[in-house]
Ligand binder design. Structure first.
Ligand code: HEM
Length: 436
């Protein structure tokens, strides 16, 4: 079942089950959908359920010991240094970087308007990579090194297997995987490029001429407990994860949100009208984001239906008892936004696109209980606040400028690579919108 694709091959009953057990000769996996068990694993006892090495393994050539793959004391130290860069106040400071990237994206799409259907996933990858590069290094993605990193990331993704395959399939870790060499080569290239950027930034910090962006903030923050900051090698690990986590995920969410809007013209018209009412013909400002309430509900609904990180895998450090079943030590515990967000016992009309659900009573319960696009608990996504601003801003600006339409013969099929992507891209007809 998992050989084809972990999303399209899911049996219907997993969308109504509280828990499912998969047995392999080497380990057991438990897909956990019951909200109080999800909370137990992510929020109440995260120390008993560290990240699974089976999943991190494929990412290590690229991410080294970055915050995404570490556990325990090392992870805690890394978060103490990283978290201050993402505090609420700092988000206002990265807003100009997001705005510049959004304006470029609107311009690039405009260049393609008359040339037939537009592959919107590629456009959103470009836009999200631009946002993260500007926020991290104050450089647009068109900068030579930045665009080399972006190209190398694309290669890296193509060499990756489906996301969580290793967590389900009975493959012991000594079996050679065909993707290994290519993955290693593209990872080494990316790390070389990022290393050169981090070195240049270290020199600029030393000389007192570094811009006040996320890279400078992270490189100059010392751990309050030990007084030490990241050394240059660690910085490469962290920049690699910021780039990967910060652009792949946002690109996936934005592309699906635009597709959902193309498929729901009324909602699309409301987003355009809201953007027009809030920032009209002027440039958006940071304070506008909180006033784009409907656009935010659309983005949330896209994160519900197409969570960019479809599944997260943890490992039980001791034996547990879940739903009257023994869960042996070393089991893989799969938390699945993909199933939880479409669970038939938790959501009304789970497969329907309905941004208004975020204001109904049902929506409020589910929002807390069964909506974890950014995970939850101590390991919650560091970039959640960042992504919610970036997503709303880009959606509002793109939809204000263009009317998007689906193409009858090109309905996207979701597949799980590093994030949830469409098997053959997301193709839309795009026209200039007449301003209201
Ligand atoms: C829509 C956009 C995004 C989504 C849906 C998303 C989702 C997630 C999820 C589900 C995790 C937890 C993964 C796990 O535990 O296995 C995570 C972790 C992380 N994300 Fe995001 N993310 C997004 C954007 C971002 C951005 C913009 C950044 C940085 C600028 C970022 C940085 C990180 C980092 C550093 C972690 C690791 C945190 C840790 O393990 O302590 N993410 N993200």
């Amino acid at each position: 079942m998992f050989r084809r694709d972990i999303l399209s091959a899911q049996p219907e009953k997993l969308y109504g089950a509280w828990m499912a057990e998969f047995r392999t000769p080497f380990f057991r996996s438990y897909l956990v959908n019951q909200p109080d068990l999800v909370r137990e694993v992510l929020c109440a006892r995260p120390g008993d359920f560290p990240k699974s090495d089976r999943v991190s393994e494929g990412l290590r050539p690229l991410l080294g010991n970055s915050v995404f793959v570490t556990n325990g004391a090392e992870w805690e130290r890394q978060r103490r240094i990283i978290d201050p860069a993402f505090e609420g106040g700092r988000l206002r400071e990265v807003f100009p970087a997001m705005l510049a990237a959004a304006e470029s994206a609107v311009g690039r799409i405009g260049d393609k308007v008359d040339g037939g259907p537009v592959e919107i996933e590629a456009e959103m990858s470009h836009a999200a990579a631009d946002v993260i590069f500007r926020a991290l290094f104050s450089l647009p993605i068109e900068h030579e090194t930045a665009s080399q990193v972006f190209d190398a990331f694309r290669d890296y993704q193509r060499s990756q297997p489906l996301l969580n395959l290793a967590a389900f399939l009975p493959l012991p870790s000594w079996i050679p995987r065909p993707y290994r060499r290519r993955t290693r080569e593209s990872a080494a290239k990316i790390r070389g490029l990022i290393g050169a950027m981090a070195d240049a930034r270290a020199a600029d910090i030393q000389a007192g001429r570094a811009p006040d962006d996320l890279a400078t903030k992270i490189m100059t923050t010392a751990d309050p407990l030990t007084g030490k900051s990241f050394d240059p090698a660690e910085m490469v690990d962290q920049v690699a994860i910021f780039f990967l986590a910060g652009h792949e995920t946002s690109a996936s969410a934005l592309a699906w949100a635009l597709w959902l809007l193309a498929d729901n013209p009324e909602a699309q018209a409301r987003v355009a009208a809201e953007a027009d009412g809030v920032f009209g013909g002027r440039q958006p400002v940071f304070g506008d984001i909180s006033r784009l309430a409907f656009t935010r509900d659309v983005f949330r609904e896209a994160l519900r239906l197409y969570p960019p990180v479809p599944m997260m895998v943890r490992e039980s450090r001791r034996s547990e008892r879940f739903r009257d079943r023994d869960v042996p030590r070393g089991s893989q515990i799969v938390l699945s936004p993909w199933h939880l967000h479409r669970h038939s016992r938790l959501w009304e009309c789970p497969d329907a696109f309905d941004p208004s659900r975020w204001h109904s009573t049902n929506g409020k319960t589910c929002q807390r209980e069964a909506f974890i696009p950014f995970s939850a608990g101590t390991r919650v996504c560091t970039g959640a606040g960042f992504a919610m601003i970036e997503g709303v801003l880009l959606l509002a600006m793109i939809v204000r400028a263009y009317r998007l339409e689906t193409l009858a013969d090109r309905r996207p099929v979701p597949v799980a690579h590093l994030t949830v992507r469409a098997r053959d891209g997301i193709w839309l007809a795009v026209r200039k919108r007449k301003m209201l």
